[in-house]
Design a protein. Structure first.
Length: 189
């Protein structure tokens, strides 16, 4: 049970007015009959969920502007190590779109497997990622047409994640070719 008192309602009002409605703090202070704007500032502090949501939005915008994929592209050795570490553990190595999950227990990615760091891509399943990318492209067009711009941005991020996984698959295939390569050395007298 939550007991609503006028003091709590003043906090809620001030927070909403300043953080959501973007009303200047001096106007909100006047409405609340507060002479000291430091008090109004205290009353209008953002909630934890507002801070978390703003952080998510900011990181999404930054990710859309910067090609972080290159910085987080995992090497074939790293992917092989992830896979080997997961072998023999209960709950791991589940088949997911485009590869295998190597995360044990709770899914931090909320089952959004494409782009998840807990998945090792499988080049034999490239077609799954390519189909997923095609689907996401159609969703970008649809969301843009409907004016659902945050959804369009989410789908664009999914496309970038697909591209990243396809690049990792290319690296894995190249690594496998290099592993199979036989070297012959001939010494000429």
């Amino acid at each position: 049970m939550v007991v609503l008192k006028s003091h709590l309602l003043r906090h809620a009002f001030a927070t909403h007015a300043v953080q959501v409605e973007k009303i200047p703090i001096d106007i909100v202070g006047a409405w609340l009959h507060q002479k000291n704007l430091a008090i109004t500032d205290y009353y209008s502090k953002p909630t934890e969920s507002m801070v978390a949501e703003a952080s998510d939005l900011f990181l999404s915008r930054v990710a859309a502007q910067i090609n972080v994929s290159e910085a987080v592209l995992r090497s074939p050795d790293e992917l092989k190590q992830l896979y080997e570490n997961a072998q023999g553990k209960a709950g791991t190595l589940a088949d997911v779109i485009g590869g295998q999950c190597v995360s044990h227990g709770y899914c931090a990615a909320k089952f959004a497997c494409v782009g998840c760091a807990g998945k090792v891509p499988d080049p034999a399943r490239r077609y799954q990622i390519e189909k997923h990318k095609q689907w996401a492209s159609l969703q970008v067009d649809y969301a843009t047409l409907e004016g659902l711009y945050p959804e369009a941005e989410r789908m664009k991020q999914l496309i970038r994640d697909c591209d990243n996984e396809l690049a990792e698959m290319d690296l894995i295939e190249s690594y496998r070719r290099d592993e199979r390569r036989e070297v012959s050395i001939q010494i000429q007298p």
